[in-house]
Design a protein around this ligand. Structure first.
Ligand code: ZN
Ligand code: ZN
Length: 351
């Protein structure tokens, strides 16, 4: 059973005769194509992949299970020729302009239907090949992250440390899955801080959040290091976040409601009086994109399933002072979590 076959089942459930897939990550997932212009059309017995002249050779080498056709640069007109009846489009990925164009190209009898994230639903559950790539990405990123405290942090700039992390990843043949976060002292209280030019202080906490891409699949891991001695509040917050992270991990298994896993972590942090300082979700799915389904948050939908790959990353952010976040990447199985992150989580003191 191919990925497109499984999509066909979802189309039947949604009473759609075809789906025009324009999100390039979804196109890649279904066809194997990694170029920057391509559209896939999937329906009952219908597997068409369209690209333009520039990518025909690449498509011939990469695309499997689809008829490859050369279209014009705007592929919607060519895609429109293949569809009839109720036809889904990816409303979260298609611009209003592209939708207007597609509407103009399809036959009169065609009804275009906003189909939502159908391919994303399939992508949430990883197969063995995908898990292999994610495990490799996590292992490579861990090697790089382990080197960070060894090289020391105090006195160096965040930008320097981030540059070094990304260089080390590239040296090992991978790319960063997102711009690395290095956030010392008060900057650590900004969950998505961009590394800056101020030197990292002594005796403070430094949040380092990074990931690698291997064969198209991402990893994501955060550790918080200490550059010497910590005050009582910082030590207590670190222990709180660590205890919460470990407790939440234990709940990661097939059948758990996503919202419940988040709630467990949220209650624990609230009970310690820090509820206001944990303002983001507990975790997110990771795969071809570094943020994808499922979501572990108050808005999380559905249950965890075997083959999901999620992060577990509680954080406490004390404005003007410091932040702590600890993030592991986890494969969901029937029996519990398969934790892919191996960098130690006990507080690591470095210079
Ligand atoms: Zn992260
Ligand atoms: Zn994350």
């Amino acid at each position: 059973v191919t990925r497109a076959d499984r999509l066909e089942d979802l189309l039947r459930e949604s009473e759609l005769e075809a789906l025009v897939v324009t999100n390039l990550v979804n196109v890649r997932y279904l066809t194997g194509y990694t170029g920057t212009n391509g559209v896939a059309v999937v329906g009952e017995g219908l597997r068409v992949f369209l690209t333009d002249f520039r990518y025909m050779t690449q498509a011939a080498a990469q695309v499997q299970g689809f008829d490859v056709e050369q279209g014009r640069q705007d592929l919607l007109e060519d895609a429109a020729k293949h569809v009839s009846g109720r036809v889904g489009f990816e409303d979260h990925a298609m611009t209003v302009r592209a939708h207007e164009r597609l509407s103009g190209f399809v036959d009169e009898g065609v009804k275009l239907v906003a189909a939502g994230r159908l391919v994303e639903r399939l992508r949430a559950v990883k197969d063995e090949g995908e898990l292999r790539a994610i495990r490799a990405a996590a292992a490579l990123a861990d090697e790089v992250l382990s080197g960070v405290p060894e090289r020391g942090l105090a006195g160096r700039t965040e930008r320097e440390v981030a540059f070094e992390i990304e260089t080390e990843m590239r040296r090992r043949g991978a790319e960063p899955s997102f711009p690395s976060i290095v956030a010392g002292g008060a900057n650590g209280a900004l969950p998505h801080h961009s590394p800056g030019d101020d030197p990292i202080a002594r005796d403070t906490l430094v949040v380092v959040d990074m990931g690698a891409v291997v064969d198209g699949y991402s990893s994501d891991c955060t550790r918080t290091f200490a550059t010497g001695a910590l005050g009582d509040e910082a030590s207590a917050v670190y222990e709180l976040v660590l205890g919460t992270q470990v407790a939440a991990l234990e709940r990661v298994r097939a059948g758990e409601a996503c919202v419940e896993v988040d709630a467990l972590a949220r209650e624990r942090i609230a009970d310690a009086g820090q509820g206001e300082r944990f303002g983001h979700g507990l975790g997110h799915g990771v795969g071809l994109e570094v943020h994808e389904a499922p979501t572990l948050s108050r808005a999380g939908e559905g249950e965890l399933r075997a083959g999901h790959v999620v992060t577990v990353e509680p954080g406490v952010y004390v404005p003007g002072e410091f932040g702590v976040r600890i993030e592991d990447l986890v494969v969901v199985t029937e029996d519990g979590p398969e934790v892919l992150s191996s960098v130690p989580k006990e507080l690591t003191r470095t210079s």
